[in-house]
Structures are given as structure tokens and as C-alpha cells.
Design a protein around this ligand. Structure first.
Ligand code: NAP
Length: 473
């Protein structure tokens, strides 16, 4: 039986009488156990973190810790990939990419620790400021409460913890209940091998109600950084009106494929972009708008590509697509497919759940805006294709959503690329690349229901620090 992984709270490694069993979403086998924390553990964790604010670590020391973490993560990439695959059913190939990206997230955070500065304020530009010198210091905001989702159990934890260390903020982390093991392995690496002193990173494992709510409501937590679903994210925002709350939420990413665009490349990229981790990425390509003149050729090419995806156990080297995070999610996506079919959509490939319980990669055509597979975030191995006649129509369809994270267009025309960049109402617009593409140093985040912030070490460190004005007279 796997051992219980204790959680770090201050200088202690804490276990509880009750344990949470972490099971593989693929076959239900036990992959680990973690403590079942409660509000008392949150209090201890916040107190430990708060205590650290009185003993700040200098920037050079923070940078060295982050560099060490990057180096060790690079060395242990395979171990981390296997943990991600086991707890999230993320195919090993995809999990390796996530583990490699986490290295980058730490490297870029080390750069931020070394270069964080405030601004000069031109006080002499007004008569009252004459003779005075003004500048800002970037001051740590305080204790950061970090809440992370299941779908990137390592790199999205890294996107919160590494910038917080760079900014000088102690953290209390609540990882997703389904995927706490990657987060705990990262915490252990930072505390035991990288020189991060106890109390700078504390982890509380447990449900949203048991530990998430007490963390959000705790008066000594200055900021909540949350990645997850829109309903939970916005409810946190409402519960903590006086805290800074940064939200990275969902999307139903659109891709426009123009007749002059390289649609074969688009289809080849969509093979990964719609189906990587079975579509469980916040920027999974979901709504594909294709010019009517190439629609049939494009669909045939996409179906050929999707047919080559290997479905199987997450830890198999050949697997491209594995199980969704829960049987409930498999049933939900299957119901949405059935609803679309009843409404007139056609299955070009997939649409069924196999004997292994895994939903097959699915391409639907004739998808309409009001169908759930179009209007909502599917978070499953499904793309829906819709034909259009004019670019204006495609841009309007792409913008017809309450989400706004990333969108994309494939075109050979510069004027179309620029029109898309100006008119697609999203946090990021990609040209001749899928909306699923992300580099860890870019400003990443959405509009409307997709969130209220930009993540990426440079941007996150600014969110986690306050500008303190200093005036020398
Ligand atoms: P989720 O159900 O919203 O859970 C996210 C985190 O919130 C988990 O740790 C969860 O804990 C916790 N939580 C639940 N209820 C809470 C409460 N009342 N108070 C505090 N915390 C609470 O999301 P998910 O299913 O893990 O992740 C999928 C969603 O994340 C999708 O919508 C996806 O688009 C989005 N996402 C966005 C980005 C981005 O950067 N924009 C990246 C990845 C994923 P439990 O696990 O214990 O329930």
C-alpha cells in the first residue's frame, strides 16, 4: 500500500488520522495517500507563513533557491512526469512536457527575483515636487494563498509558488484533491533540497470546503491566487472582497481556419491541441470555424489525424489519450455529445465510450452555437467544426462566448491576421498557431468569465508585490 505523504506546515511534517486516498482516474488503483487537513491546519499554516514575513529572504538567496529548484526539476523530470501521469491520468508523453515546462517556470522566476525593481517617479514635473526625489519599492504583498486545479498538477503549482518566492511572499498551497502528489513532491524538493526555509511553503490537503474556504476567508492571507473553474473562482472573488484575488479560469477556445491558411498544418496541430490530456486544458482547442470552401477537405484531414491517436493507460509510452479525471466527467461529455447529435450535429469520428471506460477522441461537424459542446467549456476529447462564409461571421462566432482566454486564426494574409488580432476579444490571439499554445514567460490570462489577471513569472511577481512610494525631501 502506498505510504502517506505528510504535508509541510512550518517546520513540521504533518499527518492526520483520516487520510485521503488518491486513485488513478484510469483504473481506480491507489497511487498515494495524503492527510485530510482541516481549518486548524490552515490556521497553523498561515501562522507559519506569516511568521516568515518578519524574516525576509534577500533577493539573491531567493534567486539561488529558484535556480536550484529548476536544476533539480530538470534532473528529476521523469519522476515528476510519472507522478503526474499516475494521479491525473495524463499520458506520460504529455506529462513529460509539463515537467519540462515547470523547469522554465522556475528559471524565469529566478530572473524576476534578480531583477525586481520599482520605478522612478518624476516628482519635479509638478511645482510641489520641486526638490524632491520619488521612487517606488516593490514590497511583498504578504501571505499568498494558492489554490490549484487537477489538470496541470505540477506546472500550475509552479506558476504560483515560484513567483511567490521570487516576490518574497510565503505561501500556503491547497492543491486539487485529485492531484496533490506532484505538489507535495515539489514542496519537499524546495524545502529539503533547495534551501527554502520552513514556513515559506506550507501545504494543506483537503477539499475545497475543508481547507479551501478557511484559506480564502483567513484574515492573515493577503492574496488568493486561484486557477480552476469559473464558478469556484468567482465565488472565491465574492467571498473575499478585501483581498487581492487573481483568477485563471476556463475557456472554450476558438480557431478560425481561412481558405488561404495552411489548413493541413492546422489539422495536424489540432490533433494535439484538441486532445492533449483528453482536452483537459483551459486552452484546449474546442470550436473550429472553417471556411466553407475547404470545410470537407479539412474535416477529412482532421479525422485522419485524430484516427492515429492511441487511446490507453496513462503510463504506456504510446498513449496519446487516456481517461478523463472522473467517470462523472466522462458521462457529462458523452451527454453533451448526444445532445449535439440530437440537435443535428454529425459524428465524424469517435463519440463513444470504449470498454475501458475511456471516451474516444471525437470530432463533431455541424455544431451550433447554442449546443453545450460549443457554448460551454467541454474539458474533454472533443472538437466541434462549423463552416462559415465570411471572415466577419467567423470573428463574430468566435467572440460569441462568455469566455476570453486565447483564440487563434490560420491565414496567409497579413490583413486578416491583424484584423483577427484587433477584433478577437481575448487575452491572447495566436496567428498560424493553435490557441492551446503557451510559453511560460508570456502574459497568460483571460477576459470576462475566463479570469481577471495575467500569469507568467514577470506578471505574477507584480501581482504579488505592492508599489510603495518613497519620497525623499
Ligand atoms: P475546480 O473544481 O474549480 O478546482 C480548482 C481548485 O479549487 C481545486 O483545488 C479545488 O479543490 C478548489 N476548490 C473547490 N472548491 C473550493 C472552495 N469552495 N474554496 C476554495 N477552493 C475550492 O477546477 P478543476 O476541475 O480542478 O480544474 C478545471 C478548471 O480549471 C477548468 O475550468 C479549466 O479551464 C480551469 N483551468 C484554468 C487555467 C488557466 O490558467 N486559466 C489552467 C488550468 C485549468 P478540490 O480539488 O478539493 O475540489
Amino acid at each position: 500500500m502506498p505510504e502517506v505523504t505528510a504535508v509541510p506546515i512550518g517546520a513540521d511534517r504533518v499527518t492526520t488520522d483520516d487520510e485521503i486516498v488518491v486513485s488513478s482516474p484510469y483504473d481506480g488503483s491507489e497511487v498515494g495517500r495524503v492527510p485530510s487537513c482541516d481549518a486548524g491546519h490552515v490556521d497553523r499554516a498561515v501562522a507559519a507563513a506569516r511568521g516568515r514575513l518578519a524574516e525576509p529572504l534577500p533577493a539573491h538567496a531567493r534567486a539561488v533557491i529558484l535556480d536550484r529548484a529548476a536544476a533539480l526539476l530538470a534532473e528529476r523530470q521523469e519522476d515528476f512526469a510519472r507522478t503526474i501521469a499516475a494521479e491525473a491520468a495524463k499520458p506520460l508523453k504529455t506529462a513529460r512536457v509539463e515537467a519540462a515546462r515547470a523547469v522554465d517556470t522556475f528559471r524565469f522566476s529566478a530572473v524576476e527575483a534578480r531583477s525586481l525593481t520599482g520605478d522612478m517617479v518624476p516628482l519635479e514635473a509638478s511645482a510641489p515636487g520641486e526638490g524632491k526625489l520619488g521612487f517606488t519599492l516593490r514590497v511583498p504583498i504578504g501571505v499568498v494563498g494558492a489554490i490549484s486545479p487537477f489538470n496541470f498538477p505540477l506546472n500550475l503549482v509552479a506558476h504560483k509558488v515560484a513567483p511567490a518566492i521570487a516576490a518574497g511572499c510565503p505561501v500556503v498551497l491547497k492543491p486539487a484533491s485529485q492531484t496533490p502528489l506532484s505538489a507535495l513532491a515539489l514542496a519537499t524538493l524546495l524545502l529539503d533540497e533547495c534551501g527554502l526555509p520552513p514556513g515559506w511553503l506550507n501545504v494543506v490537503t483537503g477539499s475545497g470546503g475543508a481547507v479551501g474556504d478557511p484559506l480564502v476567508l483567513h484574515e492573515d492571507v493577503a492574496m488568493i491566487t486561484f486557477t480552476g473553474s469559473p464558478p469556484v473562482g468567482w465565488s472565491i472573488r465574492a467571498k473575499a472582497p478585501r483581498k487581492k484575488v487573481s483568477l485563471e479560469l476556463g475557456n472554450n477556445s476558438p480557431v478560425i481556419v481561412e481558405a488561404d491558411g495552411d489548413w493541413r498544418t492546422a489539422a495536424a496541430k489540432l490533433k494535439l491541441a484538441g486532445f492533449s490530456h483528453a482536452g483537459q486544458s483551459c486552452i484546449s482547442s474546442q470550436r473550429i470555424y472553417v471556411h466553407r470552401s475547404i470545410h470537407d477537405d479539412f474535416v477529412a484531414e482532421l479525422v485522419d489525424q485524430v484516427a492515429t491517436l492511441v487511446v490507453g493507460p496513462p503510463l504506456d509510452e504510446s498513449t496519446d489519450v487516456s481517461a478523463l479525471i472522473s467517470a462523472g466527467d466522462t458521462n457529462r461529455v458523452k451527454e453533451w455529445i448526444d445532445e449535439a447529435i440530437e440537435g443535428g450535429a454529425k459524428v465524424a469520428i469517435g463519440g463513444e465510450v470504449g470498454d475501458d471506460g475511456v471516451l474516444r477522441p471525437t470530432v463533431l461537424t455541424g455544431v451550433q452555437p447554442e449546443m453545450k459542446v460549443c457554448a460551454d467549456e467541454v474539458f474533454g476529447p472533443l472538437v466541434g467544426v462549423t463552416a462559415y462564409d465570411e471572415l466577419d461571421e467567423a470573428l463574430a462566432l468566435a467572440n460569441d462566448t462568455r469566455y476570453g482566454l486565447q483564440a487563434a486564426v490560420f491565414t496567409a494574409r497579413l490583413d486578416v491576421a491583424l484584423a483577427a488580432a484587433r477584433r478577437l476579444d481575448y487575452g491572447g490571439v495566436l496567428v498560424n498557431e493553435v490557441p492551446t499554445w503557451r510559453a511560460d514567460q508570456q502574459p497568460y490570462g483571460g477576459l470576462r468569465d475566463s479570469g481577471n489577471t495575467r500569469e507568467g513569472p514577470h506578471y505574477t511577481v507584480r501581482e504579488m508585490t505592492e508599489a510603495r512610494l518613497v519620497v525623499l525631501s
